[in-house]
Write a protein that binds this ligand. Structure first.
Ligand code: SAH
Length: 367
């Protein structure tokens, strides 16, 4: 299904200013289509701060647009922290209604720059080890609220002569629970006339919602799919991920097989290493059995300890032993490099640290 980035952007920007339709907006300001194009490019390609900076428009028009509430960004930084090594920058971003989400910029030594963005304020899936999951669901983000997190960092990178090369949907929220807005955000991020990030450089990470994996398969996009597996058997997975009670591992793996068969694209499996929970030799062998013979890749993730979850990360030695068992079984895996631990850069952590406990919502599992 084709999604028109300019139309998505315009609908949201004028909608927020109170216009019923983009047509009503164009009519009020007597804007020809090329003016709309100029506004869109100014926001999403030239990354200008707001209408006041669009010098191709008359001063009078800029003032009137500004007055009428046309704004380029939906996010405002509340807290921005940079890790000691300067490679990781984490932003707590405020939305118009006061909700807050996190986004993280990782500047890798070899020049790659990855931005991790949120798709929801909070999350309904209640994974036991995840700060966001423990805090509960607040609301879905819109497409521009999602894309604006990347725009925020793109503007900051530009000051240093750099660009975003990769986007991962690994911040707060479950992207496939907010499917349409996430797909629209992908269209905004991808648009060669806008932010211009290639589909192959975008990764969506999901808790494993099977119906939406099938929808995603049918999009036939080159966007990467990552599955938060975290355990190779239903008992273990069910104990840390409530979603497994709705879609068990057999169902999830069948959906992944359909995806690979239809797209010929690799699936990435995330596996956060939790001491004594999912990191035994037995778990490693069971994981290898699930993975072997498919176009699958395992990312072993060191656990970022969160103050409110009763887990500890596996020791380095355990992680390497686990990886060795996968390797010996012929299953490709990577141990993910931990970045930004000094600024609590794991999902949901900054928000948790900056907000009083009483303000947090109760966990509201979807299942
Ligand atoms: N809802 C999506 C994206 C969210 S987070 C999903 O579940 O995939 C992205 C990844 O970070 C997921 O694999 C998630 O399980 C993992 N994660 C959550 N909390 C973590 C923590 N404290 N340490 C390490 N990884 C964590």
């Amino acid at each position: 299904m084709y999604r028109d980035p300019k139309a998505i952007w315009l609908r949201e920007v004028v909608g927020r200013a109170g216009f019923a339709t983009p047509e009503a907006f164009s009519a009020e300001f007597e804007l020809k289509p090329y003016r709309i194009e100029q506004l869109y490019r100014a926001a999403m390609r030239e990354l200008l701060g707001g209408v006041e900076d669009v010098t191709t428009l008359s001063l009078d028009l800029r003032a009137r647009l500004q007055e009428r509430g046309i704004r380029f960004s939906t996010v405002e930084p509340v807290v921005v922290q940079r890790s000691n090594d300067g490679q990781t920058t984490k932003a707590l971003l405020g939305l118009r209604d006061g909700k807050q989400v996190e986004a993280v910029l990782m500047e890798h030594r070899e020049g790659r720059t990855t931005v991790c963005i949120s798709s929801q304020a909070g999350c309904a899936f209640a994974c036991a080890f995840c700060s966001t999951g423990q805090a509960g669901f607040s609301r879905h983000l819109t497409a521009t609220e999602i894309a604006d997190q990347a725009r925020f960092f793109a503007r900051e990178l530009r000051e240093r002569g750099k660009k975003i090369t990769n986007i991962v949907f690994m911040g707060m929220g479950e992207p496939f629970h907010n499917y349409d807005a996430v797909m629209e955000a992908v269209a905004l991020l991808h648009d060669p006339n806008g932010m211009g990030i290639g589909h192959r450089h975008i990764t969506i990470s999901t808790v494993g919602w099977v119906d939406r994996i099938d929808d995603f398969t049918n999009e036939h996009l080159q966007v990467n799919l990552a599955i938060s597996l975290h355990a190779p058997d239903d008992e273990t997975r069910g104990s840390i991920m409530p979603v497994n009670r709705r879609h068990d591992i057999a169902e999830l793996m069948a959906a992944c097989e359909r995806y690979v068969a239809a797209t010929k694209r690799k699936v990435f499996f995330e596996y956060v290493m939790l001491a004594g929970t999912n990191d035994s030799d037995r778990h490693a062998r069971a994981l290898a059995d699930l993975m072997r013979g498919h176009l699958y890749h395992v990312n072993l993730i060191p656990y970022n300890a969160t103050p409110d979850a009763p887990f500890q990360g596996s020791s380095d030695e355990r992680v390497w032993k686990f990886a060795k068992i996968l390797e010996d079984a012929g299953v490709p895996s990577t141990v993910r490099h931990n970045m930004g631990t000094d600024i609590s850069a794991a999902c949901g952590q900054l928000r948790v640290e900056t907000q009083p406990k009483a303000q947090r919502l109760a966990a509201t599992p979807a299942f």
